[in-house]
Ligand binder design. Structure first.
Ligand code: HEM
Length: 492
């Protein structure tokens, strides 16, 4: 019964064996055990997956089929997990069963043949790669991250002051601030918004993420015959990947990456020389290269999107902004915050948690793959099933959250009834977001600096309040909006 394969299977090991026999003779899509919408011949449930706001659509399907259901896409069976309990069971409790990533033709193209941390499958080589990048980031967080973020927060303050009270779309300024934190850590470099080098880097990373998510390209994974036909979006993807690789190579070769501050850069470079003799794992230049890509892609749009969401929600409830400002003034007595101040700033922390809950910026995490037969919530899950952790769904589960769609940071304050332990914005287990510690420090310091120095007010009237539905791709972003950043009289 303790056996991983049968764990959680209400039929025990005999039942599991029977189920194995069943699957030998019947297509898995006909399994009576996992509910899900009707799957069409050939198309499967592709139409469900083509939805505009996929996280929200998958959440509405959970109301009909329950917190765990299956979808078919070509030959692939996907299992969508929609509550904290089932997500934790798969990602944390049974992490070793579900730590894989799905193999795909196009995934290999964008990840240097599966040698990135985010898309690489679970293997000894991947573990060594991730461990070294994790250690590098951790050391860097302890030594210089605080100063790097503070510098970017003060720079962002100046950029907002330069708007002179004009309404502006701040999303690009947030992207530059978040990106500069990562490029400083990875390459010892930072950029102005107008820098052509930065525009080129962002342009091609965004293009890769959006092309890779497009149906023209994902169709190549489900229907291999299409690979023989001309496919202009795929040709563009190949070109952008070449462009990305050239930019990263130039940065990694650049002498400034030897700067004391570019600790991650130096350690990433060290990866190339690293050999884990016990396991015979050798990491190559491609691993170094792909780790830099991982940090840039994972660490830029996520943090920037979160900042845009925070300002958008605050415009809808200005009294929350006043409360955070009052707390900052009272507790800090005029000085700028340190990360260690977070324990004394519960209102600010509640705001951060509530925005992470309502808009987990990686709403469907990254798909996982069952690396062996296992089970979730008592359902048999065969090897190679793709697992989609719907973090957005878990954060809107009415069984856990009162009034789940309302923006109420006070729910996380004492007596508010909600616990941050129920949040899963960074996933969990072996695939927990590699940049969680970096992101948490960034969210805290950027928000504290911004709300200490500025009052955010709607561009014109209440009618111009930002739309809160957002645009969902790999990252869940707010729709473009403008806002006025009015300097506080207490600004130094
Ligand atoms: C993976 C969330 C910021 C680097 C992930 C995953 C989530 C996530 C949900 C997928 C976990 C899974 O597959 O189960 C977030 C959020 C962020 C954030 C909400 C900010 C608000 C960052 C930053 C970095 C980063 C700043 C880099 C410094 C990565 C990497 C992975 C990842 C490399 C892949 C990990 C793996 O596959 O082992 N992130 N992230 N993220 N994140 Fe983040």
């Amino acid at each position: 019964k303790g056996d991983k394969v049968t764990q959680g299977d209400p039929n025990g090991s005999v039942g599991s064996r029977l189920l194995h026999s069943f699957y030998q003779f019947f297509p898995r899509s006909l399994s009576p055990y996992l509910p899900g919408p009707l799957s069409l011949p050939l198309l499967g449930n592709m139409l469900e997956l083509a939805h505009d706001h996929l996280p929200s659509h998958l959440t509405s399907l959970a109301r009909r089929y329950g917190n765990i259901y299956r979808l078919k896409c070509g030959n692939t069976t996907m299992v969508v997990l929609n509550s904290g309990d089932v997500i934790r069971e798969a990602l944390v409790k049974k992490w070793s069963d579900f730590a894989g990533r799905p193999h795909s033709y196009t995934g290999d193209v964008v990840s240097g043949g599966g040698r990135s941390i985010s898309l690489g499958d679970y293997s000894e080589e991947w573990r060594v790669h991730r461990r070294l990048a994790h250690n590098a980031l951790q050391r860097c967080s302890q030594q210089s991250l605080h100063g790097v973020i503070q510098k970017q927060a003060l720079h962002l303050r100046q950029v907002l002051l330069d708007y002179n009270g004009r309404a502006a779309d701040l999303s690009e300024d947030f992207t530059v601030a978040a990106s500069n934190v990562i490029t400083t850590l990875a390459f010892g470099k930072e950029y102005e918004k107008s820098s052509s080098e930065l525009q080129r880097l962002h342009g091609c990373l965004n293009e890769i993420v959006s092309l890779w998510g497009s149906p023209w390209i994902s169709a190549l994974d489900s229907f291999p015959l299409l690979r023989k036909l001309p496919n202009p979006p795929f040709s563009r993807l190949l070109k952008e990947v070449d462009r990305r690789d050239e930019i990263i190579r130039t940065h990694l070769d650049d002498k400034t990456s030897e700067d004391a501050i570019a600790i991650t850069g130096a350690l990433l470079n060290g990866l190339g020389k690293r050999q884990d003799t016990t396991q015979g794992v050798v990491l190559t230049d491609t691993h170094v290269h792909m780790a830099a890509v991982d940090l840039l892609i994972g660490g830029t749009e996520t943090t920037a999107a979160w900042l845009s969401w925070t300002v958008a929600f605050l415009l809808h409830r200005p009294e929350v902004q006043c409360r955070v400002y009052d707390e900052l003034c009272t507790v800090l007595d005029g000085r700028y915050p340190q990360y260690s101040d977070r324990y004394r700033l519960p209102v600010l922390c509640a705001l951060i948690s509530e925005v992470l809950r309502l808009r987990p910026v990686a709403p469907l995490a990254v798909p996982h793959r069952a690396i062996r037969d296992s089970s979730i919530a008592g359902y048999f899950i065969p090897k190679n099933t793709v697992i989609i952790p719907n973090l957005f769904g878990a954060h809107h589960d009415p069984a856990v959250w009162t009034d789940p769609y309302a923006f109420k940071p006070e729910r996380f304050l004492e007596g508010g009834g909600a616990s941050t332990r129920a949040l899963l914005p960074f996933g969990g287990g072996a695939r927990l977001c590699l940049g969680e510690a970096v992101a948490k420090m960034e969210l805290f310091l950027f928000t504290a600096y911004l709300l200490r120095d500025f009052q955010f007010v709607p561009a014109e009237s209440q009618a111009s309040l930002p739309d809160l539905t957002g645009v969902a791709s790999v990252v869940l972003k707010a729709k473009a909006y403008t806002v006025i950043a009015r300097p506080r009289p207490t600004m130094p």
